[in-house]
Design a protein around this ligand. Structure first.
Ligand SMILES: NC(=O)c1ccc[n+]([C@@H]2O[C@H](COP(=O)([O-])OP(=O)(O)OC[C@H]3O[C@@H](n4cnc5c(N)ncnc54)[C@H](OP(=O)(O)O)[C@@H]3O)[C@@H](O)[C@H]2O)c1
Length: 215
């Protein structure tokens, strides 16, 4: 598939490399293709393409949104809303506010009644937005190694086919997927990032992932 990754931060670069390893065509989108970390990524991934946000959104059949939550809507507008229509959009963002955590607990600019994913879906109503990759650190997004135990990625979204596509991607990346339903479920999935980060902030423990046990 053609994968367009909007955002060249660590999440964008890790996912871009993962998709390339799985045999997809990948464009990494950034506002500045001459940034040091972007050039390094290109050198290490010669098959990967670089483009503007707009070129990347046009290129992708599947688009990954991997920008700071504070500017997620700006990034979609920069890329051109029309380029998202009818496509599968993987939303990896979290609505982390620009204020420090309190005793290791991150602050969000959203509420429990409205997630960032819902705002994004409203901005691009014809896009098939699926929340994924938001509840784990970038070091574990691709082929997480937990001594044989497969961690759980929580996803949600309004389009069933899009969630099947994302589930197949997650399976190839080494995850089991738990589908929590429609877009409103992002109100519960996005705060999992707060939970994931607490052990990191309070005792520098960052090497974990969630697993849903079932009977
Ligand atoms: N870091 C993690 O391990 C992790 C794990 C799970 C989820 N997430 C979520 O994934 C997203 C990306 O995280 P990250 O750590 O890779 O990087 P980040 O620092 O949160 O975001 C970096 C990206 O945001 C873009 N950006 C910054 N200001 C912008 C603006 N004014 N307009 C448009 N785009 C702008 C940058 O674009 P350019 O490419 O143009 O510089 C860059 O690609 C975040 O929402 C984060 O909460 C992160």
């Amino acid at each position: 598939m053609k994968i367009g990754i909007i955002g060249s931060g660590i999440v964008g670069r890790v996912l871009a490399t993962g998709f390339l390893n799985e045999g997809h065509q990948v464009m990494l989108g950034t506002r500045n293709i001459s940034k040091e970390e972007v050039l390094k990524w290109k050198k290490e991934n010669p098959n990967g393409l670089l483009g503007s946000f707009q070129e990347t959104a046009q290129f992708g059949v599947v688009i990954v949104l991997a920008v700071s939550g504070l500017v997620a809507e700006d990034a979609v507008n920069l890329a051109g809303k029309e380029h998202f229509s009818h496509k599968v959009i993987i939303d990896a963002t979290n609505p982390i506010a620009a204020i420090p955590p309190e005793n290791g607990v991150l602050k969000y600019f959203t509420t429990l009644e409205e997630s960032l994913m819902e705002r994004i879906q409203q901005l691009i109503p014809e896009a098939k937005v699926v929340k994924a990759f938001s509840c784990v650190g970038n070091a574990f997004m691709y082929k997480p190694d937990f001594n044989g135990s497969i961690p759980t990625m929580f996803i949600c979204g309004n389009d069933e086919e899009a969630k099947k596509t994302v589930t197949n991607i997650l399976t190839s990346f080494g995850w089991e997927t738990e589908d929590l339903g429609k877009v409103e479920a992002a109100r519960a999935i996005e705060p999992l990032c707060i939970l994931w980060c607490i052990p990191g902030f309070i005792r520098n423990q960052w090497t974990h992932a969630f697993k849903l046990l079932k009977k």
